[in-house]
Design a protein around this ligand. Structure first.
Ligand code: NI
Length: 387
């Protein structure tokens, strides 16, 4: 059974919502406008309960089916936040907020789940309760954890929870997922390097902090290459390197900030240990000091077997047998991981077509994916809890 007719009918309306969200990106927990738009629409659709302020600025909507004898409760989750980057799409509905951009498609995720909420509120063709979950702060702020800590699973009695993320490069109308680890554990590290500042013309009187820092940057790249079993996966990336203000000064301080991605606990332990050892060891060899702090952020997004088999079956019903693929794990991180630790469930990717990658300044969510995503959500609820 392909796309639901009503989902196709709603595409234009949902596209308008999506582009409005795109024009008004908000960061982390500061998603006040977005959360207000979501709550207002859920109320207008006739959701039985609309509760804002869960996990600071998250919103929960409850839709009871025509029947609720089954006692089943299923959660569907979308993320609402944008990224601190400058948009370069040149689109008519490009971000109106300088330095903020929906570059990961969370505008599309929110709009599709709103569309599903509208459909489910209209039809109620299921036996049980659908809980739509709109979370803040997916991009590094652990908003999913904040919602779980705020009682998301226990308060509404979620028995299963499902997430969806768009995937550039995957054709529109296709889905991808896998049982077990889907996305990596995502950690962060900060390294402050302290040498000895001096005049640029008298390097022998100082310890050149930038030379030390550059060597640490390069040596960090030997960890995955030389310390990690080649059959296991890991990523060490430095995304920020900062130091110096004048071309004729050797600065006292410099900084490196980066991320570590892993799929296995023992690899996570190893990379954490080696980032510290390498940074401190290289710095010491030059007579400098490296102060390293390492933050474990998101755990591995681990899909549950039964729920994943179910989600992929639903996706096949919507997209067709050959258009749902089992993907290898991806080293990106996702804070839906916290919800999957608290409740059985699945995260699935939905094709975004041939677009720029997520987190790229030319990225845009593909509105052509909307009827596929809405149909998946609707069909998931109707199949899991048949009326
Ligand atoms: Ni994302």
């Amino acid at each position: 059974m392909p796309i639901i007719n009503r989902a196709a009918d709603l595409q234009d309306e949902i596209t308008v919502w999506r582009r409005d969200l795109h024009e008004n990106p908000e960061l982390l927990y500061d998603v006040h406008r977005t959360a207000a738009v979501v709550a207002e629409k859920l109320k207008a659709f006739g959701c039985d309960e609309v509760v804002p302020g869960i996990g600071k600025t998250g919103v929960v909507g409850v839709i009871r089916g025509r029947k609720h004898g089954s006692g089943r409760v299923i959660g569907l989750r979308a993320d609402m936040d944008a990224l601190p980057m400058e948009e370069m799409t040149g689109l008519p509905y490009a971000s109106k907020v300088k330095g903020k951009m929906h570059a990961c498609g969370h505008d599309g995720h929110t709009a599709m789940l709103l569309g599903a909420a509208k459909y489910l509120s209209e039809t109620r063709n299921f036996d049980g309760t659908a809980v739509v979950v709109f979370q803040p702060a997916e991009e590094g702020g652990a908003g999913g954890k904040a919602m779980v800590d705020d009682g998301l699973v226990t308060r509404w009695g979620l028995q299963e929870v499902y997430g969806m993320h768009n995937a550039p490069g995957l054709p529109v109308g296709t889905f991808a997922s896998r049982p077990g680890p889907l996305l990596a554990a995502s950690d962060f590290f900060d390294i402050v390097v302290e040498g000895k500042g001096s005049h640029a013309a008298e390097p022998h009187k100082g310890v050149d902090t930038l030379v030390v820092t550059a060597n640490i940057l390069l040596a960090l790249q030997t960890i995955v290459a030389r310390n990690l079993d080649p059959l296991k996966s890991g990523v060490v990336t430095v995304g920020i390197m900062k130091g110096g203000n004048a071309s004729n000064v050797i600065p006292q301080l410099a900084e490196l900030h980066g991320t570590v991605r892993t799929l296995l606990p023992e690899v996570r332990d190893l990379l954490e240990q080696r980032v510290g050892e390498v940074a401190r060891g290289i710095a010491a060899s030059y007579g400098a000091e490296a102060r390293v702090s390492y933050m474990r952020n998101y755990p591995v997004t681990r899909n549950h077997e039964r729920e994943t088999a179910f989600a992929m079956k639903v996706a096949k019903d919507v997209a067709g047998e050959g258009r749902v693929i089992e993907t290898p794990p991806i080293m990106g991180g996702e804070d839906f991981a916290f919800m999957l630790e608290a409740c059985p469930g699945n995260m699935i990717f939905i094709g975004n077509g041939d677009t720029a990658a997520c987190h790229h300044p030319a990225y845009d969510f593909n509105d052509a994916a909307i009827p596929h995503g809405v149909s998946y959500w609707a069909r998931l609820v109707e199949t899991a809890m048949p009326a």
